[in-house]
Structure formats: structure tokens, C-alpha cells
Design a protein around this ligand. Sequence first.
Ligand SMILES: [Zn+2]
Length: 167
Amino acid sequence: MDPFKQYKIPFVGLSVGKHEYEFDLTEAFFSLFEFGEIQVSEIHVDMTLEKGSNMMTLDFDIYGTAEQACDRCGDPITVDIDGEHRLIVKFGDITDRNNDEILVLGTAEYELDLSQYLYEYAQLSLPVKRVHEDSADCNEEMINLIDDYSIDEEKSDPRWDALKGLK
Ligand SMILES: [Zn+2]
């Protein structure tokens, strides 16, 4: 079975006008992609597709939660996902996916695969700051470990210093 099937919209038979869609982006969805910042998640997407005679406008409303590592201590925290994105689809002679906001579908296309867009929109909807709201919730032990490690990094390594002297 095609794991992306539920994210593909057969647009050829759609009538002109508005159509509503819903998608759930969970671990099963994100596991279809090799890389990414989101793994554990409960993300919901409401999408409105407005079909015109020679183009389609897709508005995505993305919301939910995802598990991320705290920027301060590295422990897992749950962050809110919230974002709105728009994709314009035009019909042309050949398919052109090189533009992030406007997708051109060639005459041979009959369905619109949204998986890559949903994946990217979800990543873009992550908050910029990902830390425990109350710093008292941070993992003290990890913070101390990280501090120790960065001090070690700054210290010069006598073995390398010796090698430099050989030049
Ligand atoms: Zn933390």
C-alpha cells in the first residue's frame, strides 16, 4: 500500500469551489521521512482547497503538539505547534516544483501529493524557542554536564599542541 495515499488529492474530478480536508500528522507520518526535527507528535491540519478554473488555492491551518528537546537542558518537552500556510497550485504544460509557494502541475498530473508540503509546514510551525517554561523544571544534572563539557572543549589539548610544534 502507498503510505502517502491519504495525503494525495485527486484534483481532476473536483468541482469548482471550496473543499475541506483534514489530516493527522503523527509518528507514523513523520517516520516516512528520513530527517526532521519532529518525531513524536499529535498534529492536526485543517485544509481548505478552493478550486478555480485555472488554479487552486490551498490554505492550511496546522495545530497540535510535538515533543522536542529543551534548548537549555536537552530533556524532552512538549511544545505547541501553530501555523498557517498557503499553497497556490497552477496548471501548466509541465510540472514545476521549484517554487515554495506556487506549484505548477503539468497536463499529465491527476493527483496532488501534499505529504512533502505537510511535512515542511509542520517543521515551520515549531516555536523558535523550545525550553522548559519554568527553568526550575530543567534537568540540573544535564545542565551541569553540558557546562563541564563546554569548558573541556575550550581547554587546549596538549597532544595537539605538541603536534603543532613539530611543523
Ligand atoms: Zn529544560
